[in-house]
Design a protein around this ligand. Sequence first.
Ligand code: MCN
Ligand code: CUN
Length: 798
Amino acid sequence: AEAEDGGPQPEKHCGHGRGGMGEEVKRKEDQRFITGRGNYVDDIKKPGMLHCEIVRSPHAHARIEDIDKSRALSVDGVVAVLTAEDLLEHDLATMPTLMDDTQDVLVNDKVKFQSQEVAAVIATDRYTAKDGAEKVVVDYDVLDPVIGAENALEDDAPVIRDDIEGKEDNHCLDWETGDEEATAEAFEEADVTVKEDMLYQRLHPAPIETCGAVGDYDPGKDKLTVHMTSQAPHIHRTLFAQVSGIPEHKIRIVSPDVGGGFGNKVPIYPGYVVAAAASYVLEEPVKWVEERSENIQSTGFARDYDMTGELAATEDGEIQAVRTDVLADHGAFNAVAQPSKFPAGFFNIFTGSYDIDTAYGTLTAAYTNTAPGGVAYRCSFRVTEAVYLIERMVKVLADELDMDPAEIRRKNFIQPEQFPYESATGWNYDSGDYEKALDKALEMADYEDYREEQQRRIEEDADKLLGIGVSSFTEVVGAGPGKSCDIAGVEMFDSAEIRVHPTGNATVRVGVQTQGQGHETTFAQIVAEELGMDVDDITVEHGDTDTDPYGLGTYGSRSTPVAGAAAAVASRKVREKAKAIAANELEAAEEDIDWDRESGEFHVAGAPDRSITITEIAAGAYMNHPSSEEPGLEAINYYDPPEMTYPFGSYIVIVEVDRETGEVEFEKFVAVDDCGNRINPMIIEGQIHGGLAQGIGTAMLEHVTFDDNGNVTGGDFMNYLLPTSMEIPEFETGHTVTPSPHHPIGAKGVGESPTVGSPPAIVNAVVDAMSHGGISHVEMPMTPDTVWEKLDEAGLAM
Ligand code: MCN
Ligand code: CUN
């Protein structure tokens, strides 16, 4: 069921026409989005609602001598001005980060990054709150800022975290993985070794909707409701309860429609706490919504890994060992958003798609006077950095050995029969067929023809060089299992609850929170498939801790691998009960009842005409339930995955590099993805397109930059450049299907694959255009000036 061009086609052989697995069901949620009826945090309006504006520090490192609220308080309409002192009274001056560091909600003593939250002005409307904020007078004693992890670790660097007892430097953490000795040995004995330094620059997820919250304390019920832009409402409720001391059942977190998350809405930010606290104290609803620059300058950034990669190989290109050392910038607090036991996320997966015997990795992280972060921007916990490292290094090795980058990959791939495969750093890959995906991509890209064309251009001294980049990445998504992955101690399981109503339709509630991924459609498809219902008869609800089962939220492409599995298992529980009811209705023994996936009906074995639909069964469950069963037709499942899933893909990018200007143009962009069994090919296609666009932003445009004084020079959309439709080429997508053996419906996640896999393919392409001139690396973002300098270095500039 595949189109000639390899693009997605409705997979009519499954789904059975009821909108089950594999059908391109139109997104249910789009009805409200395209008619302007979405309901985002900023759409929430409550009677008497107040507005909060945050006063932010213009300095990156400064002691606060004094805060004078009086002029702000005299502004007509300003209701309150809050500082750390006011929060201290309620024990809310600090909050824990996801990595168990302590971050000021409002600065208590010392500012640690530009735009840090210093005070909050609450007023009757947003404009007045802003006027008030301008009139808060803060007296700063400016200190020397520390910018850049390397500078931070110098002996004489000013100490940023003097709030930590006994802290005398800016060292944040050390981490290591693999076998140091065996790796060193492999490097000593190898025929060939290569080494390259590469920076995965600081990025920001920059969702189009910034972060925001409406705190709404109801003194009558003694209940605090917080509407907030959260990718993980339940865990946020638990953290709110722990921080505030308000009992958890007296807190309700509602995450309404969310306009993109991309990892930015996983952490808790001071603004949320201030809005909730202000509402609690003032007993009125309080809204806080960030502006664009506040979002980029103060909320969780991503990456900022300065990496050294090394490969050891035989003369004919067999990779024997990989080694890496990373210097990580964590900003002013250790607020990375990773599972607790993984301070460097899943960076250990840096052996990639290759069967490499030995590996060793080390990392040092530093505090700097920059916004805290290390969120997993469209990246399953640092896998993006790991994939960049290995996929770049394989290209460096290929060039060193004068081998074709596709061939060297083929030579080193983990083979299909090696799965389940345990990597040198102890990761258990579930399934994969890397060569199949690569072959498909090579064919779609007319690889050989372009190689010839590339050579021709070199020989003819053409104005535009051709570069061909390959990336054959493997992802790791779907955290848990709970035994190894947790957030703030809560195991990373997920959940689904299904209620089939008497008239035969159903409500499904899930513990994950969509931010645009189409869960209201795809979760309904899973249930439709497993229960033989029509997708239109199923409503999916999420994002309300009062009604949804507990779940750990949406990030790390975990919704399908974990909550998707829960939805399938819960459906099967319903199906089991449905069998008992069918037996009762059909006057047969329960063990004689079969379910037919094709028709979605239950029938008596050997008598297909004695059948009953799920709708008729639903009626039976409420109107004529068998005495052996409870009435009703519901099930819930909390799913703890046995392992993560390992989607993968091969991307081939062909670029033209202008020798005069350093400009890079995409000639062809091929992406072959494998996310196991596919629920909705159209939604997958959308995920791939969006993620590839973000990969292009990463490789070509985006960088959160700072000057020496700690001013954020890349902190707004004038300077932090997102790709627009003008920079995005036509994508040619294809897929292979290698089901996950341990997932109930064989599906793997896909949401992050394109962002993980594409940056190295793009950089490899640009490097490839210049490798005949001896260029082995170009740093991201590959702006025309960066590329031109490399052309110049290689003697290729015109
Ligand atoms: N899907 C499918 N078949 C599969 C796998 C996935 O049909 N085999 C569908 C899913 O049912 C879901 C979508 O594809 O509708 C993405 O599923 P999945 O890969 O499980 O990822 P999540 O739903 O957990 O989404 C998280 C992922 C992450 S971590 C980031 S970051 C990201 C992304 O999704 N943020 C997004 N895609 C985004 N898309 C939008 N529009 N907005 C964001 O903020
Ligand atoms: Cu990896 S960013 Mo997404 O996890 O929300």
